[in-house]
Design a protein around this ligand. Structure first.
Ligand code: GLU
Length: 396
């Protein structure tokens, strides 16, 4: 991976041109979920030409200045063949241990197909493999870690994070089991503004269209009401494990994170181009941006673990929209970890706001009142120049 990264660093700037006419025009960071039934055929082989067409679409999005994250299924399906587990007409339900073993064998095959697909004559995109468990989206430190890694990877425009669930180590109790919800968690973690779930169904219907061909197609959903949830039946496809129910669960996660979501059929070649050309889909509209959803979450749901006191200059800077630098901090109270929420107080003790802090209390105490350039020298490492970034802060 390091070799690939350093190789990518030396590449020339990828030329991208912003175009405001297509339907994905406003999205800057897009998570695209690819279901097993798209990437794998009935003989348990990768659909090479389809994958090449999707990769070409991804490159086109990169040329439109978008950041793209892929969540791909297919490891278990590809691993079945290696281990001699039945597939095609001999397919049978695998035990958890068998799924885990199949995922271990299949993931490497899956990733190598992605790597090949993202190599285009003169231009090359580099996939960066990330395997996540549900715990990575629940445990705060691990969540922050994964989030930082994603952000760092996305700073390089040639990198495409390619994510799957770490099925090999995920335990039954702590397992997504479907990549729809995993993709929504990834979208939340990455602060993405659009999540696209490509599957073998073109969107949400008021009833199961296989049973009722007249079922009404839903083009736009603004609220996930109990009626909408009732429309989502069980799993539908023969290969993947996501059905409409997991897609609705994904929509709830995405929308609460300020991320729009699209469900579209991805089985045909060039699924993204098809979508951009107006292909049929259901869109779920988020009511706020990822940033304001994050700020609401900071304001509402996390309990402060301590507080920082700032001087008058810093208090003024915060009000004008600046981040909090260590130089403006006069005192640290409480015992907190990196990523915890803390209150921000002025010299008189008045609460000015709340934010997620970039350094643990012991480290914050050592760098308070000091210049950001000194952080590395004092601590022996530096995470960020700021103690609390303005995107991680809400003021009273
Ligand atoms: N993580 C599973 C795999 O790679 C797929 C889960 C799903 O089908 O959504 O096989």
């Amino acid at each position: 991976m390091l070799v690939i990264l350093s190789e990518a660093k030396n590449l020339q700037i990828l030329h991208c041109v912003q175009d405001d006419t297509d339907m994905l025009a406003n999205a800057k960071r897009i998570v695209i979920k690819i279901g097993s039934s798209l990437i794998i055929n009935e003989h348990n082989l990768v659909r090479e030409s389809w994958l090449a067409s999707l990769a070409a679409d991804i490159l086109a999005l990169k040329h439109q200045c978008k950041q793209v994250i892929i969540v791909t299924s297919g490891a278990v399906a590809l691993g079945r063949e290696v281990l001699g587990y039945g597939y095609g007409t001999h397919k049978y339900e695998l035990e958890l241990e068998e799924k885990q073993a199949a995922a271990a064998c299949g993931q490497i095959r899956l990733f190598s197909h992605w790597k090949e697909a993202l190599r285009f004559g003169t231009e090359t995109l580099y996939p960066a493999q990330i395997l996540l468990t549900a715990d990575d989206s629940i445990n705060r430190r691990r969540y922050l870690n994964a989030r930082n890694t994603l952000n760092t990877l996305l700073e390089n425009e040639h990198i495409v994070p390619v994510i799957n669930e770490n099925d090999t180590v995920a335990t039954e109790e702590l397992r997504f089991g479907d990549n729809d919800r995993l993709a929504a968690r990834v979208a939340q973690m990455a602060g993405a503004d659009l999540l696209i779930l490509f599957s073998d169904i073109d969107g949400l219907y008021a009833a199961d269209p296989r049973i009722n061909p007249q079922a009404e197609f839903k083009t736009e959903i603004a609220d996930i009401t109990p009626q909408i949830e009732a429309m989502a039946g069980g799993a539908g496809s023969a290969i993947g494990s996501g059905g409409m129910a997991t897609k609705i669960a994904a929509a709830k996660i995405a929308l609460s994170a300020g991320c729009h979501m699209i469900i579209a059929r991805g089985t045909g070649e060039h699924p993204l181009r098809t979508l951009q050309d107006g292909g049929r889909h259901t869109r779920f509209i988020a009511k706020e941006s990822p940033l304001s959803a994050r700020k609401h979450w900071i304001a509402g749901s996390i309990h402060p673990a301590g507080s920082v006191t700032v001087d008058d200059g810093a208090a003024k800077a915060l009000k004008s929209g600046k981040s909090l630098l260590p130089a403006g901090v006069t005192a640290i109270e409480g015992n907190f970890d990196r990523g915890d929420a803390v209150l921000i107080r002025d010299g008189g003790g008045k609460v000015l706001g709340k934010g997620l802090i970039s350094y643990a209390s012991t480290d914050a105490a050592r760098i308070k009142g000091r210049k950001s350039q000194e952080i590395e020298q004092i601590l022996g490492f530096k995470r960020r120049d700021v103690l609390i970034h303005r995107d991680d802060m809400v003021l009273e």
